[in-house]
Design a protein around this ligand. Structure first.
Ligand code: FES
Length: 147
């Protein structure tokens, strides 16, 4: 599965291919929003422009879905590496800096250290639910014994 490396937080988080970046961050307790976004955001509709992230590295080109029309319009005066998390689907592993508008002490050094550790190429195997595997094996064993 793809890994999202949240550089500011120093965390690697796995997600399913095609998952929404904002939803993964919120699920994992990663703070995407500055004060304005915490006080009121659009809930992922692409209207408030408060869920900025800077994509500082990718395991391969095309690791994220392409910029949406909303992003092209809303981010036209921002760096090309900036995305709206709510408009972004993760296909393969990436490095992300949350709240890029907020300073980060030793940003260059911190990002370089995060890039130095390899990212899995992804997408890799889907997770296996051990309980389902056990049930399937017992069903197969039972039907074999009946035959
Ligand atoms: S949450 Fe409002 S633009 Fe992303």
């Amino acid at each position: 599965m793809p890994v999202i490396r949240f550089v500011r937080e120093g965390r690697d988080v796995e997600c399913y291919p095609g998952e929404n970046l904002r939803e993964v961050a919120l699920r994992e307790g990663i703070e995407l929003y500055g004060l304005k976004g915490r006080l009121g955001n659009c809930g992922g509709c692409g209207q408030c422009i408060t869920c900025f992230v800077d994509v500082v590295g990718e395991s391969s080109p095309g690791s994220l879905s392409g910029r949406t029309g909303v992003e092209e319009q809303k981010l036209r005066r921002r760096p090309q590496s900036w995305r709206l998390a709510c408009q972004t689907l993760v296909q393969q592993s990436v490095l992300v800096l949350t709240k890029p508008q907020t300073g980060l002490a030793d940003a260059d050094k911190t990002i370089a250290q995060a890039k130095a550790q390899p990212l899995p190429a992804g997408p890799t195997a889907w997770p296996v639910d051990d309980n389902l595997v056990d049930e399937e094996q017992s069903e197969t064993t039972t039907s074999d014994e009946e035959a």
